[in-house]
Design a protein around this ligand. Structure first.
Ligand code: GDP
Ligand code: MN
Length: 388
């Protein structure tokens, strides 16, 4: 689960990490009031959406005076922000965070993330904060410094200093930086975050470190242990298709590709996404129709998959066990007719009653491509979308 920058900053503040003073606003006049109560001359007005890259897209404005704040809020609230993380449809901005502007000397990068291959938390820092860290990682990876935590251990001072030296931090900021990193690690550990990122972490003209941006991802599976975090969920930010699928009781995750997938069983669904990628194509979703899915669930699954305009073809991969292949085939035929499915369908059926299932598909009069194996299905779907 993602939270907004203002929520992440509040959480960081509660761990003693310095963040600028600010307040939330949903209208320009509220933004003006926030600025008035904060005091000062220069302010930053920041769109609150679950996406990075807001600065380049016009969602972050540094302004002077309370009039400047009201003007910037007028521009930003209600805009559809399109950044490299929102997809082409963008995100509607409903609220802004107004804070006192910070005098920036240098912009650093700092993050705590779960390194799944090493099975431990990693702390990463770079002197090249503020811009796309992905670009730094691709072009000058030697400018990102990483250290791993031993299980159950805190971040030790020598580890923090190694990272800070790498970022060129000196003097009193070293001690402050060590404490800040230690607090960030504690936050990630205690709240079971998969990513805690500060980009930029700035060094001010006075030599102080402040978190100017804040991003936190939480492990959904651990949220039941953290009701105070689960409460921070913003329903406006959920993908509409994921929300609908959830209401239908379908296990669906939207992805960026163009091959829709309908599969029974989470493991088979994961394997299906793998073979699609290995064939050179990109899955548009994960969808586990469930072991006991019936015709109704299949219809709902189609409705969700087809709700994504990127979907150019659908791969149906079913291993008939509890969900028999003939039931699935009838469901597919009925749903395809009901919903007037226009995209090509590739079907792979195996297991209980698969002969009967294949016969139902063949006699339906609809245009199915029947695959003989998973690899065959992946090749055929990749050919259909022109990725083979
Ligand atoms: P992002 O683009 O979504 O990552 O949004 P950020 O919160 O990182 O802001 C983008 C950029 O705006 C930062 O890298 C800074 O260069 C600039 N910025 C943000 N806050 C301030 C501020 O208080 N003072 C100044 N001078 N620049 C700021
Ligand atoms: Mn940022």
């Amino acid at each position: 689960m993602n939270i907004h920058e203002y929520q992440a900053k509040e959480l960081m503040r509660s761990y003693g990490i310095p963040v600028p003073k600010g307040g939330l606003a949903t209208t320009p006049s509220e933004a003006r009031q926030v600025a008035q109560s904060l005091g000062g001359e220069r302010f930053v007005v920041k769109a609150q959406v679950h996406a990075g890259g807001r600065g380049k897209a016009g969602g972050v404005k540094v302004v002077s005076g309370v009039d400047g704040v009201a003007q910037a809020a007028e521009q930003i609230i209600g805009m559809t922000l399109v950044t490299h993380q929102t997809g082409p449809e963008g995100k509607l901005v409903r609220k802004v965070w107004v804070e006192q502007a910070t005098d920036i000397d240098r912009e650093l990068y700092l993050a705590v993330t779960l390194d799944r291959s090493r099975e431990r938390l990693a702390v990463m820092a770079s002197p090249d904060g503020g811009m796309d860290i992905e670009e730094v990682a691709a072009k000058t990876p030697e400018r990102i410094f990483t250290t791993h935590l031993d299980p159950g251990q805190p971040l030790w001072g020598f580890q923090a200093r190694k990272l800070l030296f790498g970022c060129g931090v000196q003097g009193p900021a070293l001690r402050q930086g060590s404490a800040l990193m230690e607090a960030l690690v504690r936050l990630a550990w205690e709240k079971e975050a998969s990513l805690v990122e500060i980009n930029p972490l700035v060094l001010t003209g006075e030599g102080k470190l402040i978190a100017l941006d804040a991003k936190i991802n939480f492990d959904d599976s651990a949220l039941f242990r953290h009701p105070e975090i689960a409460e921070l969920k913003d329903p406006d930010e959920a993908d509409p298709l994921e929300r609908k699928a959830h209401a239908y009781g379908l296990n669906y995750v939207r992805l960026n590709g163009n091959v829709g997938t309908m599969v029974n069983g989470a493991g088979l669904a994961m394997a299906t996404m793998d073979v699609i990628k290995m064939a050179g194509a990109e899955p548009a979703n994960f969808l586990d129709a469930g072991g006991g899915a019936n015709e109704e669930m299949i219809t709902k699954g189609f409705e969700i998959i087809l709700g994504d305009p990127n979907v150019k073809a659908i791969l149906i991969n079913i291993f008939g066990g509890i969900l028999r292949c003939d039931v699935l085939a009838s469901g597919v035929v009925a749903a395809a007719k009901n919903l007037d499915v226009k995209v090509p369908l590739v079907v792979r059926l195996e297991g209980t009653n698969h002969e009967e299932g294949s016969r139902i598909l063949a006699q339906s009069g609809l245009d199915f491509t029947v695959a003989q194996s998973m690899a065959d299905a992946a090749q055929k779907i990749a050919a259909v979308v022109g990725a083979a």
